[in-house]
Design a protein around this ligand. Structure first.
Ligand code: NAD
Length: 359
């Protein structure tokens, strides 16, 4: 397929572009290269004959129109977004611009393109809108989000994503654009910008700096390995039914504090604290990265628990996650240890591993 992927220089997008190319698809990566977009994440595939990059901002309606019309995609996979909840608390404007207006622009351009197609090309065309489980709000101790859970977003980020989900579905219902929406849980894995929990913990461990845990660390998230997610997205684009929503989860619920302890244990094993960091004591704790854990003021409006029922995508499309709790996190820690130049280049820019979004 000729795929147009927005946000392909971001965390999930770069993993998706790589997987789509190796599956034999042709890819045009459309990305504005914001602080979160990094072409270094694609350096291994940038000269592949089936890959092109377009430096386009989806808030620019004319530019996105021209890009879609020129490329004539078989399918559009829309991932470009402002994606960090803490940043949405400090500066919601850009979240409305990109996530709401940008999605609207892309839907309009896609519809124009769809209406110009005929026959098989028209039957095959898909618009995949990639969204989050955060649109469903917060769960108590029991229960799971399903595709029919009512929307109840709480942060500017999740509210902007919820808006864009509604727009995408409305373009299917009103104009007949073949739209599929996916809502997934927290992703982790290679190439994640070091402002998100898992890279923050790994990099704080490496620097011997306090590891900030919000509140008491009791918030629960489901964790999905990014390559499992990308495989799900390619499955949906190939086999999914227009008009449907698919929830994608990792069957991997963790309390934040337990996850941070697991990452510290993996760091103890894979990158033990240096002799110079050790205190003069016999306690094994003295050299454990867990010592660095520091509880900080909670995030405003912090949802307690997200958990996904991913049985629909399993039953209807045959997808399920392949990484489990231990294997995915181990791979991820090892990746950050093996690819220090990738994140050091980011940390030498404007972003300094500082906390955002305290209201
Ligand atoms: P990311 O922040 O790492 O990457 C976003 C990409 O979009 C960047 O390359 C950025 O340059 C690009 N972008 C931002 N604004 C743009 C604009 N106006 N025009 C064009 N490009 C623009 O995000 P991610 O973590 O890879 O998330 C990708 C998608 O998946 C998002 O839609 C996000 O809401 C969704 N999602 C992410 C997670 C997660 O855990 N990371 C979970 C659920 C859903």
């Amino acid at each position: 397929m000729k795929l147009l992927i927005t946000g392909g220089a971001g965390f999930i997008g770069s993993n998706l572009v790589r997987m789509a190319l190796s599956a034999g698809h042709q890819v045009l990566n459309v990305d504005a290269l914001t602080y979160a977009g990094n072409l270094a994440s694609l350096s291994d595939i940038e000269s592949a004959s089936n890959y092109q990059f377009a430096h386009v901002d989806i808030t620019d309606a004319a530019a996105i129109d021209a890009t879609v019309a020129d490329y004539q995609p078989d399918a559009i996979m829309h991932l470009a977004a402002e994606s960090h909840v803490d940043r949405s608390i400090d500066g919601p404007d850009q979240f409305i611009q990109t996530n709401v207006i940008g999605t609207f622009n892309l839907l309009q351009s896609s519809l124009k393109h769809y209406r110009s197609l005929e026959g098989d090309a028209k039957d095959r065309f898909r618009f995949l809108h990639v969204s989050t489980d955060e649109v469903y709000g917060s769960l108590g101790e029991e229960g799971l989000f399903s595709e029919t859970t009512p929307y109840d977003p709480h942060s500017p980020y999740s509210a902007s994503k919820a808006s864009s989900d509604h727009l995408a579905r409305a373009w299917q219902d009103t104009y007949g654009l073949p739209v599929i929406v996916t809502n997934c849980s927290n992703n982790y894995g290679p190439y994640q910008f070091p402002e998100k929990l898992i890279p923050v913990v790994i990099l704080k461990c490496l620097r011997g700096e306090p590891i900030p845990v919000y509140g008491k660390g009791e918030n629960i998230r489901d964790w999905l390995y990014v390559e499992d997610h990308c495989r799900a997205l390619l499955t949906v684009i190939e086999k999914g039914t227009p008009g449907e929503t698919y929830n994608i989860g990792g069957n991997n619920e963790q309390r934040n504090i337990d996850l941070v302890h697991l990452l510290c244990q993996l760091m103890d094993e894979l990158a033990p604290r240096g002799e110079s960091n050790e205190k003069e004591t016999d306690s094994p704790l003295a050299t454990s990265h867990s010592q660095l854990i520091t509880f900080v003021t909670d995030r405003p409006g912090h949802d307690l628990r997200y958990a996904i029922d991913a049985s629909k995508i399993k039953d209807e499309l045959g997808w399920e996650p392949s990484e489990d709790f231990e294997s995915g996190f181990r791979k991820t820690v090892q990746w950050y240890l093996d690819n220090q130049s990738w994140w050091q280049d980011i940390l030498s820019g404007e972003y300094k591993l500082e906390r955002l979004g305290q209201n």
